[in-house]
Design a binder for this molecule. Structure first.
Ligand code: IMP
Length: 202
């Protein structure tokens, strides 16, 4: 069966690794931004929602490559913070903030909130832009609770603070095999596989 070529429109190597791993075994010929000569491309994410930002990224890369482009926009919504940081998750502690700085700010913001009120969810919206001009988006969510301190070394971003209650461990402690089965990105990619195959079949 002929493989479907698709560019993953992200410069985040952790996202690329997770997307590659979750889509492995599928009928895609996955290309990175480096593979198509777009490494370092900066795309302004001013859409105001995960859906809009993911679509901006996918359409930009589709227009530059004339191939199917797949983009992820994701973030953390914390109930006690009125669903912040949301679309600003990557820059919560400021432009170019490190993961440690973002995690530090989250802990400070939640220091007076009781543990049982620290529910949060990761959201991942994946957008696909087709050369025909068509776009689609799918959304995955992963529910958890924000820990009192960072734990674990696997993953990236807020993984060391995100406790999956069923396991009593953070995503960074659970490791990639479990994370890639239960994460917001895994949920969105599962929906994406179905949507893409339905699309190809017509
Ligand atoms: P963006 O999608 O490039 O706007 O960035 C989303 C930000 O959300 C990332 O920089 C991370 O800080 C955070 N994030 C998204 N997905 C994950 C995840 O799977 N684990 C931990 N943090 C994540």
């Amino acid at each position: 069966m002929k493989k479907i070529a698709a560019v993953i429109a992200t410069s985040n190597k952790h996202k690329l690794e997770e997307i590659n791993e979750i889509l492995s075994g599928c009928n895609f010929e996955i290309k990175s931004m480096k593979d198509v000569g777009l490494e370092g491309l900066v795309i302004v994410e001013d859409g105001g929602s995960f859906e809009a930002n993911a679509t901006i990224k996918a359409k930009t890369v589709m227009n530059l490559t004339n191939s199917i482009a797949i983009a992820d926009d994701s973030g953390l919504e914390v109930l006690a913070l009125g669903n912040e940081p949301g679309v600003d998750t990557a820059i919560y502690a400021g432009e170019n903030a490190t993961d440690a700085e973002n995690n530090g700010k989250l802990l400070r913001e939640l220091k007076d909130v009781p543990y049982e009120k620290k529910q949060a969810k990761f959201v991942c919206v994946i957008a696909v832009a087709f050369p025909s001009g068509k776009t689609l988006t799918v959304r995955g969510e992963c529910h958890g609770i924000i820990a009192l301190e960072p734990k674990g070394n696997s993953g990236f971003g807020y993984d060391p603070l995100f406790v999956i209650e069923e396991y009593g461990l953070t995503l960074a402690e659970l490791g990639k095999d479990i994370k890639n089965k239960i994460s917001h990105r895994a949920m969105a990619l599962k929906k994406l596989k179905k949507a893409l195959y339905d699309d190809v079949r017509g």
